[in-house]
Design a protein around this ligand. Structure first.
Ligand code: HEM
Length: 508
């Protein structure tokens, strides 16, 4: 469909709408299904659209994820991905990191969270009912559900959600004109997580008997991160600075508390950029011990969330803590811990929140689908898989860098070149999925790639399936006659890397 040698801009001009751009299918069905595209930061990369090619790119070790964070590497979005996370490492680093968390996210362990997630979904459905006609299902239901779950599992205060949501939205923006704000938001996210990690690591070393002075030291870390961000430094600079602060703090915490107090106070007084991150600073200053910090959530984090935390960590009775507490005890460096935790926080809510919204929107767009699920809830497991297949999370693709020359769909991807695997396009490949644009709630088999494949297969796959299944189950029971308050096609789509509807007003 493209002229030989023509380079398309990605995201395509008609991206960020409910239906995928027709360009995806046109490339996939052409005789040149792997094409050159230019990302919004000007990187030239290959784009793969067919199922077999996408599957290969995601799972073949000749394609690297670690290389996407190298200097000068092509980029899919505006922000630079954080190093040292699961999605940005190759073996053996990836294997080491994944082993640290695979137990907590193992299907059997996660299954134990189901009752608490169901109860939480029920409470959030109450909020939707209370809001009445026009209630925004995304704000009231789809966002708080996974945020509360991942906050509880990780040990991130739910009370901080407004702040980290705002930063996440900006940090992964696909508006290239927003570059300065994007970098600043990424710096804020890193600073926020550093505060948390500092407090937890110090508490671990002190046996959870922190002091105001210790909390002050954490504020110093936040201050340093903010100062770097305010100077327009890039994410790596921020990470390095906060990491140094973490390391310094660790060292001082082992020494004399008074010294820590002075250092922290000087640091805070010297620069009022700290005030710019009110939430972080307040959270730190108001917290004397980690125990308080973890418990310092607002009334919304209820016994339900406590149930999630208890179920997730019943294996760790000796700590009584959460996943972050556990990771603090590992040999992860401070750098790794901050990036790792941030990745889990963002990947753990952004994805499911979008998918819950998109699932409901897809069903309501053709109310016969909603009504069928209401009549036959036994279809829920296959419906979840089918809805994962048809709803896309990204209007670009998963980026990898070729480590050697690879023949792919009639082109040679040269070593060092970037290649994007479009899961959304692959999931509608008619070679694998008959009648791919039709939603069949009972489709079987359904070997979709929505959760990836290979060593980077979604860590939260089972958690996501439970959240999505329980969310739909609660909604069809509570609101059997649910309808959209506005035509689905008219609803705005968020221009971010992990994309989806900006709102979903409904008539409950
Ligand atoms: C419907 C919801 C979700 C979808 C569609 C989804 C999708 C994906 C996909 C496609 C990948 C592979 C990316 C690649 O190979 O480049 C992935 C990886 C990942 N996902 Fe999910 N995800 C979802 C929910 C979650 C949740 C709830 C978590 C919770 C922590 C999570 C954590 C991760 C992590 C950490 C990775 C990286 C794994 C690795 O590189 O080893 N995801 N996800």
């Amino acid at each position: 469909m493209t002229e030989a040698g023509q380079v398309l801009d990605i995201p395509f001009a008609d991206a960020f709408a409910f239906d995928p751009s027709p360009t995806w299918a046109a490339i996939r069905e052409s005789d040149r299904p792997v094409v050159r595209v230019r990302t919004l930061t000007g990187s030239h990369v290959w784009l793969a659209t067919r199922y077999d090619h996408v599957r290969l790119i995601l799972s073949d070790p000749r394609f690297s994820r670690a290389a996407v964070v190298a200097d000068g590497a092509p980029r899919a979005g505006v922000s630079r991905p954080l190093s040292n996370t699961l999605p940005t490492t190759d073996p053996p680093e990836h294997t080491r990191l994944r082993r640290l968390v695979s137990g907590v996210f193992a299907p059997r362990r996660v299954e134990a969270l189901r009752p608490a997630i169901r109860e939480l979904a029920g409470r959030l459905a109450d909020d939707v009912a209370a809001a009445g006609q026009g209630a925004d299902l995304r704000q009231l239901f789809a966002l708080p559900l996974p945020i509360q779950v991942i906050c509880s599992m990780l040990g991130v205060p739910y009370a901080d959600r407004e702040a980290f949501r705002e930063w996440t939205e900006l940090a992964y923006s696909m508006e290239v004109s927003e570059r300065a704000r994007v970098e600043s938001a990424m710096g804020s996210l890193v600073g926020y997580m550093t505060d948390l990690v500092v407090r937890k690591r110090i508490a671990y070393r002190r046996g959870a008997h922190g002091s105001v002075a210790v909390a002050g030291a954490a504020t110093k870390a936040s201050h340093d991160a903010d100062a770097v961000t305010a100077r327009g430094g890039d994410t790596d600079a921020v990470t390095n600075t906060v990491t140094n602060a973490v390391t310094d703090t660790d060292a001082v915490a082992d020494a004399d508390t008074g010294v820590v107090g002075n250092t922290a106070t000087d640091g805070v007084a010297a620069d009022d950029t700290v005030a710019a991150t009110g939430t972080v600073t307040t959270a730190v200053a108001g917290t004397d011990t980690v125990g308080t910090a973890v418990a310092d959530t607002d009334a919304v984090e209820s016994a339900v969330a406590g149930g999630i935390r208890d179920s997730a960590h019943d294996h760790a009775e000796d700590t009584g803590g959460d996943l972050l507490d556990e990771l603090c005890r590992t040999a992860l460096t401070d750098d790794e811990l901050v990036a790792f935790a941030l990745n889990l926080l963002v990947a753990g809510h952004e994805t499911s929140a979008n998918q819950i919204t998109s699932f409901v929107a897809t069903l309501l767009r053709d109310p016969a689908l909603w009504d069928r699920l209401v009549r036959d809830p036994g279809l829920l497991p296959s419906a979840v898989e089918e809805l994962m297949r048809v709803t896309r999370l990204s209007d670009v693709g998963q980026l990898r860098i070729a480590k050697q020359d690879v023949e792919l769909g009639g082109v040679t991807v040269r070593a060092g070149e970037g290649v994007m695997a479009s899961i959304g396009a692959a999931n509608r490949d008619p070679r694998v999925f008959p009648d791919p644009d039709t939603v069949r709630l009972d489709r079987a088999p359904n070997p979709h790639l929505a959760l990836g494949v290979g060593i980077h297969f979604c860590l939260g796959a089972q958690l996501a399936r439970i959240e999505l299944g329980e969310a739909l189950s609660v909604l069809i029971n509570r609101f059997p006659r649910l309808r959209p308050a506005r035509p689905i096609e008219d609803l705005a789509w968020r221009r971010v890397l992990v994309s989806g509807l900006a709102e979903l007003p409904v008539l409950p």
